[in-house]
Design a protein. Structure first.
Lengths: 255, 275
């Protein structure tokens, strides 16, 4: 059974095609890098896979179940770049991690002991248990990203989707993240990483999917890394532009 | 205390305590979602309900409740449908709420339009004995709903997309939060007044979050501040003979200022600990 199946998926924004005829089948244990310049639709594709973005045409299935009927959300976890709600109100590291275990099913009873144990284990696995009482936004950017990974690991997901996990990390944090990802992949978790570049995760990625928003097929390359020169250059070119827009690396991690 | 010998003051104190406890509990989610002004809008819309009650001769609390809840649904609908123009659409709704309220009240027979003031800025004497039971019942409902859905609302307020991927019905939670805010606005309408009731949702939260490190602690401190400001503001307004709404809100703002001053060395020390 495939983890994710995307068939002839199309997405439009105000009549503009963002994704066209995307076919993608992801099997258990794959480590996929979704590459492409800004506006290529890589984030849109991930949002569509997670049911956050309706399709114009096409079909998506998760773990063999059509998206519309899929309910087993604890098998999937998303790691965002940041938590917007943790900057307007103080949220402790512990609360941020525990929030990963909140489900509609659990609303009638207090959070079970097992969820707390899993959260503790996840936070320990990213090396931040000692910071659990701190405000999330008091941590460095690299540490916050590790907290968000711990948050995702709480439910022991089979599929982990990460949005630009390496963006803006310094060498030390990048190394810590790479080691963590290698371990997760080793444990059999299927990983999809949305990214501009393969730097740092090149050795882990088993399959690169390059998207570009033109013509009738959004997927330009689908195969093992390295990405052939021709496609790589196009994503790279945009990277160079980005460097000037993006703020300097977040967080010099002192830990 | 001699003021407890007045029945109307007993009722006003109960109403003030209820709103002081409840309002920050809802406000914390609004602040977290950067919707701090939503409560204001709800107050404006509820005013139309009060005007309608004057015009039709119905009871103000149920009428304002129905209007504010309809307003909550409408606001959520507008926010969902128009991500870019939602801001302006909400503004239009809010202006309409105030204008409608004043218009209906002016059309109503008798002294309705002059008693509108009591609903705008709060009043010590307008809490009727039947109101107390209605307010208590509303509070029980709000607290029960928070106990059941509070965690999902917290997850939604952290990041709506993440919450959706956890299976949480984000639109349902968002609408429920708007309706709860509408209920709190109506609970606070009598004592604090519709123009200022959202301040008691937001100001205690803004004050608390300067000195806290977690959501739970922020909620707890905000409730204590909200309760203190509303009860002591009410007592002050009894002795000074000014409307309770402005007194309560000014006391809450003073607490905000005090905590802002306390927070400076606290934050500095925390920064030293981190580095």
């Amino acid at each position: 059974m495939s983890i994710v199946t995307v068939a002839r998926a199309c997405v439009e924004f105000d009549g503009e095609h963002v994704l066209e005829n995307v076919d993608l089948t992801i099997e258990q244990g794959e480590f996929i890098a979704l590459l492409g310049p800004n506006g290529s639709g890589k984030t849109t594709l991930v949002r569509a896979i997670l049911g956050l973005q309706p399709l114009e045409h096409g079909k998506i299935a998760l773990f063999g179940t059509p998206l519309a009927r899929f309910r087993d959300w604890s098998r999937i976890a998303l790691v965002p770049q940041r938590l917007p709600g943790a900057t307007s109100i103080p949220v402790s590291v512990w609360e941020a991690v525990l929030s990963g275990s909140i489900t509609p099913k659990g609303r009638w009873r207090p959070l079970p002991r097992s969820a707390r144990d899993a959260a503790q284990q996840a936070l320990e696995s990213v090396g931040l248990w000692s910071r659990r009482h701190d405000r999330l936004d008091a941590l460095s950017g690299g540490q916050q990203r590790r907290v968000l990974i711990a948050r995702a690991l709480c439910t022991e997901p089979d599929l982990l989707v990460m949005d630009e996990p390496t963006a803006g990390l310094d060498a030390q944090n990048l190394q810590a993240l790479t080691a963590l990802l290698a371990d997760l992949h080793h444990r059999g978790i299927t990983i999809i990483v949305v990214t501009h570049e393969l730097t740092g995760i090149n050795d882990l990625v088993t399959r690169a999917v390059v998207l570009r928003n033109d013509h009738h097929e959004s997927v330009k390359y689908d195969g093992p890394p390295p990405v052939p020169e021709h496609f790589a250059e196009e994503t790279h070119h945009h990277d160079d532009i980005d460097v000037h827009d993006v703020p300097p690396p977040v967080g010099l991690d002192p830990a | 205390m001699s003021i407890l010998s007045f029945d109307f003051m007993q009722r006003a104190l109960i109403a003030a305590a209820l709103v002081g406890i409840l309002a920050p509990l809802i406000g914390i989610f609004l602040v977290q979602r950067r919707l701090a002004l939503l409560g204001d809008g709800m107050g404006h819309v509820a005013l139309t309900g009060v005007g309608l009650a004057f015009l039709l001769g119905t009871a103000p609390i149920p009428t304002a409740m129905v209007t504010a809840c309809l307003g909550a649904f409408l606001i959520e609908f507008i926010r969902y449908r128009s991500r870019t123009a939602g801001d302006v659409a909400l503004a239009l709704l809010f202006y309409g709420g105030i204008a409608g309220g004043v218009m209906f009240a002016s059309l109503a027979p008798g002294k309705a339009s002059s008693s509108l003031n009591a609903y705008l800025f709060g009043s010590l004497s307008t809490v009727a004995s039947g109101d107390v039971i209605a307010l208590l019942a509303l509070c029980v409902v709000v607290v029960a709903l928070l106990a059941i859905f509070g965690r999902e609302m917290f997850a939604m307020s952290l990041d709506a997309d993440l919450a959706a991927v956890q299976g949480i019905r984000v639109r349902v939670m968002s609408t429920l939060l708007a309706v709860l805010a509408a209920v709190v606005v109506v609970v606070g309408m009598r004592v604090v007044g519709l123009l200022l009731v959202s301040a008691i949702m937001i100001v205690p939260v803004a004050a608390a979050q300067q000195v806290t490190r977690s959501f739970r602690a922020t909620a707890a401190v905000a409730v204590v501040l909200g309760l203190f400001a509303s009860v002591s503001g009410l007592v002050t307004s009894f002795y000074v003979e000014v409307p309770p709404g402005p007194t309560i809100v000014l006391e809450a703002l003073a607490l905000f200022a005090i905590l802002a001053v306390i927070a400076v060395p606290l934050r500095r020390r925390r920064r030293r600990e981190v580095t």
